[in-house]
Design a protein around this ligand. Structure first.
Ligand SMILES: Nc1ncnc2c1ncn2[C@@H]1O[C@H](COP(=O)(O)OP(=O)(O)OP(=O)(O)O)[C@@H](O)[C@H]1O
Ligand SMILES: [Mg+2]
Length: 288
């Protein structure tokens, strides 16, 4: 039996065959069906992992007030790779931080994996984030004094969860870091550091992974490797990803592209070509 087939419903049109190998010969491990945060894998259809309703964010007050978000409604579906694009200052980072529970909205509601976060105390929100959410940042954000292996295991170390050694080894092999585990971040290339960050974000099997410009500091080839890694985590593991990016090429990797303009989601599209993305971005920049 091939357990990856349980993900069939959420597999995207571009999905590779279960167990398929990438050009570099690595493959995601084929895993037994598992319960995804208490939900049987077979019921993990196109339900929302993150839901936002009427989300606004106002910075400052009076004449100096900035409305960074003006009422965002969005459902981010399980097993889907969503890119968020839009001109500078359109509210992408604000939206991502609020969806991830890193910042609170001025108004509106957010639910992460079925749990409304508005009423949670900071401590409970921190715990929910720790257990359900993975992050990848433009600047890698690895701890310089820890080795690659220690950085990857960090989310589990912090939360006191047990390291699944088999999963850890499989992840390390998949991201191609087996011979770099004892190195510190300063001894790794940018691409290797970001691959450590991808493994770290996946080690706790988060319900949702947020990535803010994950290829922003990488050359195009290394950036491509990281994008393919993210893509495969969606296709093979049913991972849910939300990625903010300025890069039209990066957004072509996504199943869905949301465009923001002046704090509003103005377009919600499926898979797009690079030239379609350029056209939309041009029209949004012209209208400003
Ligand atoms: N802490 C803050 N205080 C005041 N205004 C802020 C704050 N953070 C963001 N803003 C404003 O909110 C708006 C949206 O900012 P945001 O950082 O979400 O944009 P963005 O789409 O991520 O832009 P970029 O592509 O440049 O990263 C901008 O006008 C910005 O100046
Ligand atoms: Mg930003």
């Amino acid at each position: 039996m091939n357990p990856v087939m349980t993900k069939e419903k959420v597999r995207s049109p571009g999905a590779v065959e279960p167990g398929a190998r990438a050009a570099d010969g690595t493959a995601w491990p084929v895993r037994q069906p598992r319960h995804v945060h208490g939900v049987p894998a077979r019921s993990a259809g196109r339900d929302a992992v993150v839901s936002a309703r009427g989300v606004t964010k106002r910075y400052g007050a009076g004449d100096a007030a900035v409305d960074a978000l003006r009422g965002a409604d969005v459902d981010l579906r399980r097993g889907e790779f969503t890119a968020i694009m839009g001109p500078s200052g359109s509210g992408k980072s604000t939206l991502m931080h609020i969806l991830a529970g890193l910042d609170r909205p001025t108004a509106g509601t957010i639910a992460i994996d079925g749990r409304e976060i508005g009423g949670l105390k900071d401590r409970d929100l921190t715990r929910l984030r720790r257990d359900k959410v993975g992050f990848i940042f433009q600047s890698f954000n690895l701890l310089p004094t820890l080795t690659a292996a220690e950085n990857i295991a960090l989310p589990l170390t912090i939360s006191g969860r047990k390291l699944d050694r088999k999963w850890f080894a499989e992840l390390v092999e998949t991201v191609g870091l087996a011979d770099r585990l004892s190195h510190k971040p300063s001894e790794l290339s940018g691409g290797q550091q970001q691959r450590v960050a991808v493994a770290r974000a996946l080690v706790g099997r988060p319900a949702v992974l947020f990535a803010d410009e994950p290829t922003g500091n990488l050359d195009s080839r290394t950036g491509d490797e990281v994008l393919q890694l993210l893509r495969r985590s969606v296709d093979d593991l049913g991972q849910t990803i939300i990625m903010v990016t300025h890069d039209a090429h990066a957004a072509t990797t996504a199943d869905r592209v949301l465009f923001l303009q002046d704090g509003e989601i103005v377009q919600d599209r499926g898979r797009m070509t690079r030239s379609d993305i350029y056209d939309v971005m041009k029209s949004l920049e012209v209208q400003r």
